[in-house]
Design a protein around this ligand. Structure first.
Ligand code: AVI
Length: 321
């Protein structure tokens, strides 16, 4: 008998649903358990994974452009997915040096990451108004409430996290964020740009194997948390990039036929040799496509802040009056 969906954790429910589809799928949002977070930190240090360095370069110099749009008014700096907060510290440094009046309110699912950010901020800038909000983006935004417009909001959505949603879902997500903002509020979103496919493929195929370990960790997680018996020696990470659609996709491939029992789901899944499990999309965009998304989500695209190589953009949008 299949485990009833109501007795399962959200992770279990999602795995059951994903692996039962004709094209088996696992959602990349489950990558980030403790080991997954540590592996992602290693990926961000890989020279091939250019995204982190490119965005840090942008954050190091983008404060004047942001402050100009805020017109000297006090504001809330809300960050969706704070991670270790290191890029945002680059921004905070510049905001404080320019005499800006603001509070920093990072949102993250990961309580440990938020505690680290709180300690860091407390140490460097003890007088800065700070509120960490733990939860998924919308739950946390709900807790903050809708913008009243009396205090401006600058929302940061960094790290190309938007790329982990299919383009249609991404627009719906941006529309939902807009629902928490008032006219004049700003959204700065990190998008990875279309470029030489070889550069993109190398970023998701580092020779040290951190990306492979990161993706395969999802099967480890199923084994650990849902009593699965995936045999990791028979699974491989595989990356593709389609320059026509801009989708970089990760798959997990069994090198021989596999029968996998997941006890918490009361289910056995069979996989033919090389039958892929789709695990992640990392969508790449052109500047034009980003402008189209801004329009579709009813924002005004103000400007693209790019790194010197033109690999990445943090696109600045405003809620129109
Ligand atoms: C978090 N996210 C933006 C990363 C990306 O580039 O899609 C996750 C990642 N997957 C493999 N490497 C990094």
């Amino acid at each position: 008998m299949t485990a009833s969906a109501t007795t399962l954790t959200p992770f279990g429910q999602d795995v059951l649903q994903g692996l039962s589809q004709p094209q088996p799928t696992l959602n990349s949002k489950w990558f980030y358990d403790e080991r997954g977070n540590a592996l992602f930190q290693q990926i961000m240090r890989c020279p091939e994974y250019y995204l982190t360095g490119a965005e840090a370069e942008i954050y190091r110099s983008c404060a004047p452009a942001l402050l100009e749009e805020l017109d000297g008014a006090p504001f809330d700096l809300i960050e969706l997915g704070a991670g270790d907060g290191s890029k945002t510290q680059l921004l905070i440094e510049q905001f404080l040096a320019a005499g800006a009046r603001f509070a920093y309110r990072p949102i993250d699912l990961n309580a440990a990451a938020l505690a680290e950010v709180r300690d860091l901020i407390g140490l460097r800038w003890p007088k800065l108004e700070f509120q960490a909000i733990q939860g998924d983006y919308f739950e946390a935004l709900d807790r903050l409430g809708r913008s009243t417009g009396s205090r401006r909001r600058l929302v940061l959505f960094p790290g190309a996290n938007i790329g982990n949603f299919h383009p249609g879902e991404a627009v719906r997500m941006l529309e939902r964020i807009r629902g928490f903002l008032a006219a004049g509020d700003l959204l700065l979103t990190g998008f990875d740009l279309k470029k030489d496919p070889a550069v993109i493929l190398a970023a998701y195929n580092d020779p040290t194997g951190h990306t492979a370990a990161f993706n395969l960790n999802l099967l480890h997680r199923i084994n650990r948390e849902l009593e699965g018996n995936f045999d990791l020696d028979h699974w491989r990470h595989w990356e593709t990039y389609n320059p026509a659609t801009g989708a970089a996709c990760s798959y997990l491939l069994p090198t021989s036929a596999q029968e996998v029992t997941i006890r918490a789901l009361n289910q056995t899944f069979t996989f033919r040799a090389w039958q892929a499990i789709a695990v992640e999309i990392s969508q790449k965009y052109s500047l034009r496509e980003i402008e189209g998304m801004a329009e579709a989500a009813q924002f005004t695209c103000l400007r693209h802040l790019q790194d010197a190589r033109g690999y990445f953009t943090d696109s600045l949008w405003r809620v129109p009056t």
